[in-house]
Design a protein around this ligand. Structure first.
Ligand code: UDP
Length: 240
């Protein structure tokens, strides 16, 4: 199956490689695309807030970032092929940008995080052009839109957290002629070296979410959504 519906949201059933091939083709053709990296939190938010649901459903691609979506897809009997973590997707897109001399725009995160990320990208990806950047606290959303319009970058990474990042992309992206727009959550924090990703063993055991909670206890409240999410998926399965 190409798309799998979990609680009214269609999730694209891609492997990371298949998704990258699609996006690379879109960039080659100068197309405009909007991608959501979804997790249970996003699915639950979309089921509560109609405006947010419209933004997510308006995306060209919705891919499974969290392990919760993989589990949900198994519960409903249509397993998704694999998890595509936002931070890995961003890394792969930067590799693609390096290979093809692409330009990027970075929007989001704290000013010092963004500054570090710009340095890391300049040092690691010498062929990538940073068309512009704006942090997610002092930057003005209107000014960001203006800069993107003026520079027409190939890739726009938006790291404002959900629902802000998806809403900003949804409300603005039709004003731009081209570009792949991706909401990447906390990826700037990780790729700048500010926050460490879970060690490999935690990731292999699908426990990255638990590692993040233990490292940032403020995330605990957000994870309380998980049981409600799983119960809702189970109920939807029983209704099938
Ligand atoms: N953020 C931002 N502006 C805001 C709120 C958040 O730029 O008004 C940034 C925050 O600094 C972090 C990212 O958005 O870099 C979201 O991180 P989080 O870990 O919450 O995202 P998740 O991956 O869990 O969606």
């Amino acid at each position: 199956m190409k798309r799998i519906e979990i609680l009214n949201i269609d999730i694209d059933n891609f492997t990371k490689t298949e998704l990258l091939n699609e996006l690379s083709e879109s960039i080659r053709r100068d197309q405009r695309k909007f991608l959501v990296t979804a997790n249970p939190e996003i699915i639950m938010m979309a089921n509560k807030d109609l405006n947010f649901a419209r933004a997510v459903q308006g995306a060209d691609y919705v891919v499974a970032d969290g392990i919760g979506l993989i589990i949900g897809s198994k519960i409903i009997g249509h397993p998704l092929k694999e998890r595509i973590p936002g931070v890995e997707l961003m890394q792969e897109l930067l590799n693609l940008a390096e290979k093809n001399n692409l330009s990027i725009y970075l929007y989001g995160a704290k000013p010092e995080v963004l500054k570090k990320l710009r340095t890391v990208i300049r040092e690691t990806y010498s062929k990538v052009t940073i068309a512009g950047s704006s942090d997610g606290y002092t930057g003005s959303p209107e000014e960001v839109a203006k800069q993107i319009k003026a520079t027409a970058p190939d890739l726009v990474f938006v790291a404002l957290g959900a629902p802000k990042q998806e809403s900003w992309i949804y409300n603005n992206y039709t004003d731009f002629s081209k570009g792949v727009f991706v909401g990447v959550g906390g990826s700037f924090d990780v790729l700048s070296g500010t926050v460490k990703r879970a060690p490999k063993i935690w990731r292999t055991l699908n426990l990255e979410w638990l590692y993040r909670i233990l490292k940032q206890p403020s995330r605990w409240r957000r994870s309380m959504l998980l049981p409600a999410y799983l119960a809702a998926v189970l109920r939807s399965r029983l209704r099938q």
